[in-house]
Design a binder for this molecule. Structure first.
Ligand code: 4AD
Ligand code: MG
Length: 467
């Protein structure tokens, strides 16, 4: 009886009926306790499996009732008793305890950081190891698990291979220089060295970093396995203190061979639509919680993504729309300049009022690996923008022509470093494409949370690598 989660007992009705009247065991953490004058204590217990807690009724005949009276929010307990139909409102069933063991007490309940009252998300960020005990972070954790599972399933069911690309790398995929260095050199003793560092003496005999993207590696696998993806942590040392940026985040990066930008856009759209519709069903209770307490519009917005075809426009059209919007933006709008978050939000929230795919960006503002268009001014890039978030996906068709690729690589030394990547164009090159979906941006979108820092268990941002 021990392995039944509270979710299973509360929500699987058929199973619940078979359990009625029998003895069950509940293990979990106390969310609240109330003592009635009639000699009963009502204890709400949660084990993380569901938003709802199960109610344990502790009668004062229990041998250790004087101990039970001292139980407070946060204590862990093991309760044994029979599952009965509930007499009270708010739940169908409850457990009438025959035995309750307090497994772990809370030292000084007065100062317990996650007391029953409502806490701000900012405060909760200061206790990331305990915030999981709140309804919101329980829901976020469950939705995160389900989303990861649905994403993996989506690819497995379509014959994609999951490639575990390295976390330590010697290349800067995006060329944006936002790299965290990985070194085993003795930093303390390097302080006085004036000459340039000799990375030959370092662990890998060359300069290495935490990866900003698994794309280049996954491309190698794509050009043998046809349909691949990587799903892992990526790192960016960008000093962006926004509610949409993390220094460490997870990214899903599929890569498909014999494919162009349209195949890529279709894949992105279908992936988002599929996993979101599955989440609406599998995590209905949690999504309902988000729409009640976090963002009233969330269910409507998610249904919208499932039902409406994404609109596709070019960067050039996007610039025109922005210029003709009559809106004054903080950052300039001009052909050749990158779209800022405020521009992206306008395009998706006010212009399209739905997810929007923007393609064909000026080559100067995009990475070297993106395929040059015939106009030689733009590359076959693609960003997917969604209301409330802005960019959720960034991708492109890749430059499969060696000579064009070479002309896009800045200098000989990088060309040499990327000789393996150039090999892929020398030996059986094919048109191929891929994209990166930020996992926390997706969770941010699905939950309606204000800040991406609340969509990853232990956020890393400038000035903070707590725990
Ligand atoms: O647009 P980005 O930089 O694209 C790439 O890294 C490509 N190599 C992907 C590919 O084609 N395989 O990042 C892709 C996505 C963004 O759209 C965003 O969702 C997320 O990764 N992302 C971040 N999420 C959280 N914090 C950050 N600092 C992020 N930077 C990018
Ligand atoms: Mg991008």
């Amino acid at each position: 009886m021990k392995n039944n989660t509270i979710k299973k007992i509360l929500t699987e009705k058929e199973f619940q009926r078979t359990l009625l009247g029998s003895r069950i065991e509940i293990n979990g953490w106390v969310r609240s306790k109330r003592d009635s004058k009639s000699g009963l204590s009502f204890i709400e217990v949660n084990d993380g499996s569901s938003l709802d807690s199960i109610q344990i009724i502790a009668p004062n005949e229990l041998a250790n009732y004087s101990e039970i009276e001292k139980v407070s929010t946060g204590c862990s307990i093991r309760a044994i008793g029979s599952l009965i139909e509930s007499q009270g409102k708010g739940q169908d069933v409850e457990v009438r305890a025959e035995k309750i063991e307090v497994v772990g007490w809370v030292d000084d309940p007065e100062s317990y950081p996650i007391s029953k009252k409502r806490h701000s998300f900012e405060y909760l960020r200061s206790v990331p190891h305990l915030r999981i005990r709140t309804n919101t972070f329980g829901a976020i954790t469950r939705v995160r698990t389900s989303l990861a599972n649905k994403i993996h399933n989506y690819f497995f069911e379509r014959g994609f291979h999951w490639i575990n690309t390295p976390i330590i790398t010697s290349s800067d995929c995006e060329g944006a220089g936002e790299l965290f260095r990985v070194s085993a050199l003795d930093l303390a003793n390097l302080r006085d060295i004036s000459e340039p560092l000799d990375f030959k003496k370092d662990f890998f005999s060359e300069e290495t970093f935490l990866t900003v993207s698994g794309q280049l590696n996954v491309e190698a696998y794509c050009l043998a396995m046809s349909k691949v993806y990587t799903f892992g942590p990526t790192f960016r040392a960008e000093n962006s203190n926004t509610s949409r940026h993390l220094a460490e985040f997870w990214m899903i990066e599929p890569e498909i061979a014999f494919a162009d930008i349209n195949d890529n856009a279709n894949l992105a759209e279908e992936l988002l639509r599929t996993v979101i519709s599955q989440i609406l069903e599998e995590r209905e209770e949690d999504i309902h919680f988000f729409s009640k307490f976090i963002d009233k519009e969330i269910t409507k917005r998610l249904r919208n993504i499932v039902e409406k075809k994404f609109e596709k426009i070019s960067y050039t059209e996007a610039i025109k729309i922005l210029q003709e919007s009559g809106r004054s933006f903080e950052f300039p709008v001009k052909w050749g300049l990158d779209l800022q978050s405020e521009h992206e939000r306008f395009l998706t929230e006010e212009h399209a009022k739905a997810p929007l795919i923007v393609i064909d960006y000026p080559k100067e503002i995009k990475a070297f690996y993106m395929r040059m268009n015939d106009d030689e001014k733009t590359v076959s890039a693609m960003d997917v923008l969604v209301p409330g978030i802005g960019e959720i996906i960034g991708g492109s068709q890749r430059e499969e022509r060696l000579d064009v690729l070479d002309s896009r690589i800045e200098n000989d030394s990088i060309r040499e470093k990327l000789s393996w990547y150039r090999d892929l164009r020398k030996y059986g090159t094919v048109p191929h494409a891929g994209f990166g979906l930020g996992f926390e941006r997706l969770l941010n979108y699905v939950s309606g949370m204000e800040n991406i820092r609340d969509c990853i268990p232990f956020p890393r941002t400038p000035g903070n690598a707590k725990i």
